[in-house]
Design a protein around this ligand. Structure first.
Ligand code: UGA
Ligand code: MN
Length: 239
């Protein structure tokens, strides 16, 4: 079975390093199709170049967020994930969908596990929220509850990186709302998912195989550089 790895992304100084690192992980995974959905009016050449050089089968979609969300910058990655869902619906009839953000860290073991997803599988996500981990709670091999530092009156309080979906289980009704914090839950609810259908992975959710890592925002140096006065630049040893 193919894995369809859906990555929303947007331009910023950290984008190329994040996508480079992610590409180098995905290059180790057989039968993986990378869908990158660009939060831009057109597919960026910088992103295309990373995709091409990865040698992976890929689809590059441009899907900017609606204008009203430009200022607030939240919810993140919704228009682009929606566009990916539409592309999948039109082009793919079997396989496994996984939403892999550009800044997460994934253990290769996770790919072997999610490939077996029959309907919806779930597993822990590390380095997230105030509890440090978000995970389903498993009893006798079944998911019975969720451990997440922000329940937020959600039916399935999980992170976007904490589940995979068999594409045959993607209903035409599958949707993701523009509501920050509720994207995952509403998406899973829109699939008609029931608690007892969830397949716990990662040794009954006892192992962390994906992390919600965050890269520190690059700050522009305060040093002003006047290229016409290049000789006046501080030299090594001046500091
Ligand atoms: C967390 C979850 O991991 C996301 O899957 C979820 O979309 C997000 O919360 C949310 O609910 O808003 P977080 O690490 O807080 O994510 O957010 P980012 O990593 O900044 O963004 C998530 C994804 O959306 C990334 O792949 C990012 O590149 C993309 N994004 C972000 C855009 O496409 N456009 C933006 O303007 C911002
Ligand atoms: Mn993130």
């Amino acid at each position: 079975k193919m894995i369809y790895f859906v990555t929303p992304t947007y331009p910023r100084p950290e984008q190329v390093p994040e996508l480079t690192r992610l590409a180098h992980t995905l290059m180790h995974v057989p039968r993986l199709h990378w869908i990158i959905a660009d939060d831009q009016p057109a597919c960026s050449d910088i992103v295309s170049d990373i995709l091409r050089r990865s040698g992976l089968p890929y689809t590059h979609i441009s899907s900017p967020k609606p204008y009203i969300y430009k200022e607030s910058n939240i919810p993140r990655g919704v228009a682009n994930r929606r566009a990916s869902l539409t592309w999948l619906r039109d082009n793919v009839h079997e396989g496994v969908l996984y939403f892999g953000d550009d800044d997460n860290t994934v253990d290769l073991q996770l790919f072997d596990e999610i490939r077996q997803t029959k309907k919806v599988s779930m597993f822990p996500v590390g380095l997230i929220g105030t509890y440090g981990v978000s995970t389903p709670v498993v009893k006798d091999g079944k998911v019975v509850a969720f451990f997440d530092s922000w329940p937020g009156s959600r039916t399935f309080p999980v992170d976007m990186a904490g589940f995979a979906v068999n594409i045959e289980f993607l209903k035409p009704s599958a949707s993701m709302p523009y509501i920050a914090g509720h994207e995952e839950d509403r998406f899973l609810v829109s699939l008609g998912l029931k608690l007892d259908e969830i397949e716990p992975l990662a040794a009954n959710c006892s192992k962390v195989l994906v992390w919600h890592t965050k890269t520190a925002k690059y700050k522009k140096p305060s040093l002003k550089i006047n290229l016409e006065k290049i000789d006046d630049l501080p030299k090594y040893g001046d500091f």
